[in-house]
Design a protein around this ligand. Structure first.
Ligand code: BTN
Length: 277
């Protein structure tokens, strides 16, 4: 797991050079930071007029945030922490599928790096062989009853700096992996500027089709990437556990589960893990 190959630092001009002209036209601003508290928080602090289509990428985060009040380990030296502000013409309630759409866009970008076999654990964890490769944190702010601003945050482990793996295991409490360890040998030197551009490009394309046509157009692809359907799950919520079998994802992004002792239900906020035996 040692990747001593030196990658270039993240650089706005290099990222832009890897973007298609359509994506360059869609993206209004790209800010690259050495360090920030959280790229998601950074976007929310921008003046209101500069949040839409503004991407922020950082080498490190001092308070990287994950879902469910978790922190996201964000050391300098090899990963990607990226956020994109996006103003939707619809109300924030219509955006329940955005985390799932984002996960599909990340999967497409990863496929273009040469990765195979990655999948999604609902709603938006990207896993390879049960280990987490990327996490997504989508935060939406409703502006009155008008359009919603979403901040779409992606944390992708590319080359996790491993100074002391015991130490790291204490910080990250579940199995994780990084892209460099999962790619075929000849692709392992892929540079982060190119990966950041792939992520942005797929995100910009995906957002456009989501705005036009909704989640329905992503449903088939979701099924191909979904790691849960048919699996027995452990569901955590309201201070207790339940078990059930995943049925699939609904058009509104909810997870349908046949819960033991309760029957089919659609979940929106549960913490799920695979519990096959
Ligand atoms: C999770 O799996 O819990 C979500 C992790 C999301 C991490 C990314 S890194 C870029 C952006 N800024 C943050 O503070 N969090 C997201």
């Amino acid at each position: 797991m040692n990747h001593h190959k030196i990658d270039s630092l993240l650089d706005a001009e290099r990222i832009k050079a890897h973007l298609s002209s359509a994506s360059q036209a869609q993206l209004r601003e790209l800010t690259v930071l050495q360090e920030t508290d959280s790229t998601n928080t950074f976007v929310t602090r921008l003046p209101a007029g500069r949040r839409h289509a503004h991407a922020v990428v950082a080498e490190s985060q001092t308070s990287g945030r994950g879902r469910r009040q978790r922190s996201w380990h964000s050391p300098a030296g090899g990963n990607i922490y990226l956020s994109l502000g996006w103003r939707f013409a619809v109300q924030s309630t219509a955006l329940s599928c955005l985390p799932l759409v984002t996960a599909l866009c990340v999967c497409r970008a990863l496929e273009r790096t040469g990765l195979r076999g990655h999948g999604i654990k609902w709603p938006n964890d990207i896993l390879v062989d049960g280990a987490k490769l990327a996490g997504i944190l989508v935060e939406t702010q409703a502006v009155g009853s008008g359009p919603a601003l979403a901040v779409i945050g992606i944390g992708l482990n590319v080359r996790m700096p491993v100074s002391d793996s015991g130490h790291l295991a204490a910080i990250i409490d579940r199995p994780w992996t990084d892209l460099a360890s999962q790619l075929p040998a000849e692709r392992r030197d892929v540079c982060r500027n190119e990966i950041a551009a792939l992520l942005l490009e797929e995100l910009l394309l995906g957002l456009a089709s989501f705005e036009d046509r909704g989640f329905a157009v992503f449903h088939g692809e979701w099924q191909a990437r979904d790691l849960l359907t048919g699996k027995r799950l452990r569901l955590e919520g309201n201070g207790g556990f339940r078990y059930g079998r995943a049925i699939g994802v609904e058009d509104d992004g909810g997870l349908a589960v046949d819960i033991e002792g309760y029957g089919p239900q659609v979940l929106y906020a549960a913490e799920v893990s695979i519990h096959d035996d």
